[in-house]
Ligand binder design. Structure first.
Ligand code: PEP
Length: 257
């Protein structure tokens, strides 16, 4: 995992208005050092309504924090009331966009085909998709976590070309670990993340498989991140709850140190 720069992305979910967003990003910027940014990439994924404020702050203070959105439309423009396009996000300086977060799949009916279309929409606007995959508890209990997660991966990458696939970020987020305080063991997380990398080599080639960053997500905190980051196929974390605490998020981005 030497060539892959670790990524720690904070998924704010539906928390913090644009003023609170500025306060949190300022706290992160105050604490993170150049050494931290040399070692790992730190990203925030605020609600859409916060992005312009984050952009202004990041640009104005030349911060090394990067940012992105939690979702995007499959469409680029038009009569789609309430939707936000990839081009709008690109114009706001977004680097990343989540595709297929389990809360979108659960509460907004996003299936593998929609998630695949969102990955395509991200690439059309030079956004880097963070593709979220992972099994629910019944599938885990039946031992089906690898097969299920790989089927989500296959579906979402259908039609993604090798040069695009190289830049994708895959977040393995077992649904039973999200927001529950039940973190996967490092071995359980590695099992699936390792299988994801093997599948990337099958779908593309070794170069692509070696380049793609695979994150773990699900109740990551500063106290459990070190064991997760010690795994060979885990290149960072997608962090929900703990990312709203700047002290803990910075500590997470330092691998728990
Ligand atoms: C998430 O929503 O992507 C997530 C990992 O949440 P939490 O860290 O709160 O489990």
């Amino acid at each position: 995992s030497t060539a892959r720069k670790p990524l720690f992305a904070g998924n704010w979910k539906m928390n913090l208005n644009h003023l609170e967003a500025i306060a949190l990003v300022q706290k992160l910027a105050f604490t993170l050092t150049d050494k931290d940014f040399d070692r790992a990439e730190v990203a925030v994924l605020p609600p859409f309504t916060d992005l312009r404020s984050v952009q202004t702050l990041v640009d104005g203070d030349k911060l090394r924090i990067v940012y992105g959105a939690q979702d995007l439309s499959v469409h680029d423009a038009g009569a789609y009331t309430g939707e936000i396009s990839g081009s709008m996000l690109a114009k706001l300086g977004c680097t990343y966009v989540l595709a297929g977060h389990s809360e979108r799949r659960q509460y907004h009916g996003e299936d593998d085909q929609v998630v695949g279309a969102k990955v395509q929409a991200a690439y059309r606007h030079s956004l880097t998709p963070i593709l979220c995959v992972g099994e629910g508890l019944p599938i885990r209990q039946a031992g089906g976590q690898v097969a299920y997660t790989l089927s989500q991966l296959d579906a979402a990458l259908n039609g993604v070309k090798p040069d695009q696939a190289k830049s994708v970020v895959v977040a393995y987020e077992p649904v039973w670990a999200i927001g529950t305080g039940k973190v996967a063991t490092p071995d359980d997380a590695q099992e699936v993340c390792g299988a994801i990398r093997v599948r990337l080599a099958e779908l593309y080639d070794q170069d692509v498989a070696a380049a793609v960053r695979i994150l773990y997500g699900g109740s990551v905190k500063s106290g459990n991140v070190a064991g997760i980051m010690a795994q060979p196929d885990i290149d960072g974390a997608l962090v929900g709850g703990a990312c709203l605490d700047p002290v803990d998020f910075v500590k997470i981005s330092r691998f728990g140190e």
